[in-house]
Design a protein around this ligand. Structure first.
Ligand SMILES: C[S@@+](CC[C@H](N)C(=O)[O-])C[C@H]1O[C@@H](n2cnc3c(N)ncnc32)[C@H](O)[C@@H]1O
Length: 257
């Protein structure tokens, strides 16, 4: 599954507004006085850009992703100490954890299966590393005005989100609560907060792109009315409000603050 730089750029302002500000600040603190941060599935570096103002200038970043083009863009946009590494996250033993003080991810856990999150949790617990994972989709989408099909398309989209995104059946909308449970079982103290997108007419370009994606995924998942629903929703995107639920998680190892 691939994500374009255009899509990531379109969603970044909404992601930034949605992230729980308290957890961003606590994650930055958990990185310690000499932060070395490993960002998993970094894309073009949105987590780096959000956390930068909360970190000292000498903070160092390692961005990992399996998309070399996104990493290239991340490198060219970044200033400060930023290394990039193209790798497939299925190989958790290959994560470059040496010297790392915080591990981050955003819009990633919902693509992953439970066993991957459990293996990651065990690896980070063994290394006593804090983990900040933002913006996991929680399965809730609502629109104003309501249209017939909103609920059935959401159900079909959620089924699609539980499909294989490369590493086995993804947790999709279940990723937030399941990750909290898995991280707690691995010994972390876990804090979490809702981080919904709240889109209105000003975000119509993002809303329209999102609707195209939802309609096509729901159609693939067998909803015969999804394409027409998508066309109708796109037609009124500028006059609509849209809520898309997410969860942010900060997991602290037993001895961290
Ligand atoms: C939804 S995007 C989020 C990107 C970025 N974290 C952000 O919030 O803008 C998911 C990212 O995970 C990366 N990714 C997905 N599966 C991966 C895998 N198996 N190995 C490495 N990267 C992966 C994708 O290339 C993409 O950049």
């Amino acid at each position: 599954m691939s994500f374009t730089a255009e899509w990531l750029a379109l969603r970044e302002p909404a992601d930034r507004a949605a992230r729980d500000a308290g957890l961003v600040a606590r994650a930055a603190l958990a990185a310690g006085p000499d932060p070395v941060i490993l960002d998993l599935g970094s894309g073009t570096g949105s987590t780096l850009r959000v956390m930068e103002p909360h970190l000292p200038d000498h903070a160092a970043w390692r961005l990992v992703d399996n998309d070399a083009d996104l990493l290239e863009q991340a490198r060219s946009d970044a200033h400060g100490s930023v290394e990039t590494r193209a790798m497939d996250l299925r190989d958790l033993d290959a994560l470059p954890l040496e010297g790392v003080t915080l591990v981050t991810a955003s819009a990633l856990l919902d693509l992953m299966p439970a066993d991957w999150i459990a293996r990651l949790a065990d690896r980070l617990a063994a290394a006593r590393l804090p983990f900040y994972a933002a913006l996991s989709y929680d399965g809730v989408m609502r629109w104003q005005p309501h249209l017939p099909g909103d609920a059935s398309v959401t159900r079909a989209f959620n089924d699609h989100q539980r499909g294989d995104k490369g590493l086995g059946a993804a947790l999709g909308p279940d990723s937030g609560p399941r990750s909290v449970e898995i991280l707690r079982k691995a010994g972390f103290r876990v804090h979490h907060a809702d981080s919904p997108w709240s889109l209105n007419g000003a975000e119509a370009p993002l809303h329209r792109a999102l609707l195209e994606g939802i309609a096509s995924a729901a159609a693939e998942a067998g909803n015969a009315d999804a394409a027409e629903w998508g066309r109708n929703r796109i037609r009124i995107a500028e006059q609509s409000r849209c809520h898309v639920g997410h969860i942010d998680i900060l997991a602290l190892p037993p001895c961290a603050g």
